[in-house]
Design a protein around this ligand. Structure first.
Ligand SMILES: [Zn+2]
Length: 318
């Protein structure tokens, strides 16, 4: 096995992001705890390989323990919707960027939470036991010289760091939320735009959202999983990808990024609007001239995109 160089070009990071659970040579699907190798072939072409194929590498960047993503990735053409009022739409156009909200600014106080407070004791004792066992059983070649009470003290400290870290993480995590669905959603019009007359829905797809944000491997895009917190916890890596069952109707797909420096309540990430916006629908409550207004601002900001009336205003026959 080659010595790891720890050199990761953006091309290698993208390849790893886009093929995160499969070998780019033989297609083998990785399972948890298996190792994979990322590196480069003879012509410096990036490769992301299973151990069996890793002989092809001329440079090994790293051999890594595979941990599955804490979220599912939608199919490339899965339709994603963002409902917003007109001012937010104009801001999207004028800034040419997608607004990511800091997660401690959301109304849902469970954003980033690991469980219900009343069940915390069970969670704490699980992690205390986990930390005690890790301290007492260090890697090969090391010995634990601590007394039981010292082990306890260190385990308590790690648990408290975990909790402080969880709180701080909310201020470093920024997300842009989308609704996944084949069709326009009446419920989402109500929920995200209060059914305003001056609201629009922007439709994109998973692939176009990813490409419009510059195929940036540091921005994760995936589905929220809805869990029953009465019976479950969100794991340490899962917290921002889990919500309570009562939010299931949102069918949320989120783009998520970490920023350790930004102190603002949100941040604008540059976005290629021509790629992002497949079509814009105006509110079912909008007056007929509103389509023209949306077209006018699109033109003002040089964005060519189809604007349509809501499909909900089609007339029935009986
Ligand atoms: Zn392979």
């Amino acid at each position: 096995m080659l010595k790891p160089s720890n050199r990761f070009t953006i091309e290698l990071k993208r390849l790893a992001f886009e093929h995160f659970d499969s070998c780019t040579n033989c297609g083998h699907k990785f399972v948890e705890a298996e190792h994979y190798c990322s590196g480069y072939l003879a012509n410096d072409e990036p490769a992301y390989l299973c151990d069996d194929c890793s002989g092809e590498l001329t440079e090994l960047a790293a051999r890594i323990y595979f941990i599955p993503q804490p979220y599912e990735i939608p199919t490339a053409n899965a339709k994603l919707w963002r409902y917003m009022d007109f001012t937010k739409y104009v801001s999207l156009l004028s800034s040419r960027g997608l607004y990511f909200t800091r997660t401690d600014c959301f109304e849902d106080i469970f954003e980033g939470a690991k469980g219900l407070k009343k069940n915390k004791a069970k969670w704490d004792s699980h992690y205390l036991e986990f930390f005690r066992s890790a301290i007492k059983n260090p890697p090969e070649g090391y010995r634990c010289e601590l007394s039981d009470s010292e082990v306890d003290e260190q385990a308590q400290k790690l648990l408290s760091d975990l909790e402080t870290g969880g709180e701080a993480h909310k201020r470093r995590t920024f997300v842009s939320c989308w609704h996944e669905g084949e069709h326009e959603s009446e419920a989402m019009w109500r929920l995200y735009s209060s059914f305003l007359a001056n609201a629009v829905a922007v439709r994109t797809s998973y692939q176009n959202l990813y490409v419009s944000l510059g195929r940036d491997p540091s921005i994760k895009i995936g589905r929220i999983k809805y869990i029953d917190l009465k019976k479950n916890y969100a794991g340490v890596n899962d917290a921002f990808w889990r919500k309570r069952k009562s939010f299931e109707h949102e069918r949320e797909v989120r783009a998520l990024l970490l920023d350790f420096k930004c102190q603002d309540l949100g941040k604008i990430v540059p976005c290629d609007l021509e790629v992002l916006i497949e079509e814009v629908f105006v509110s079912p409550k909008a007056p007929p001239w509103f389509v023209r207004l949306v077209n006018d601002v699109n033109e003002k900001y040089g964005v060519t995109v189809k604007v349509s009336p809501s499909e909900l205003v089609e007339e029935p026959f009986f």
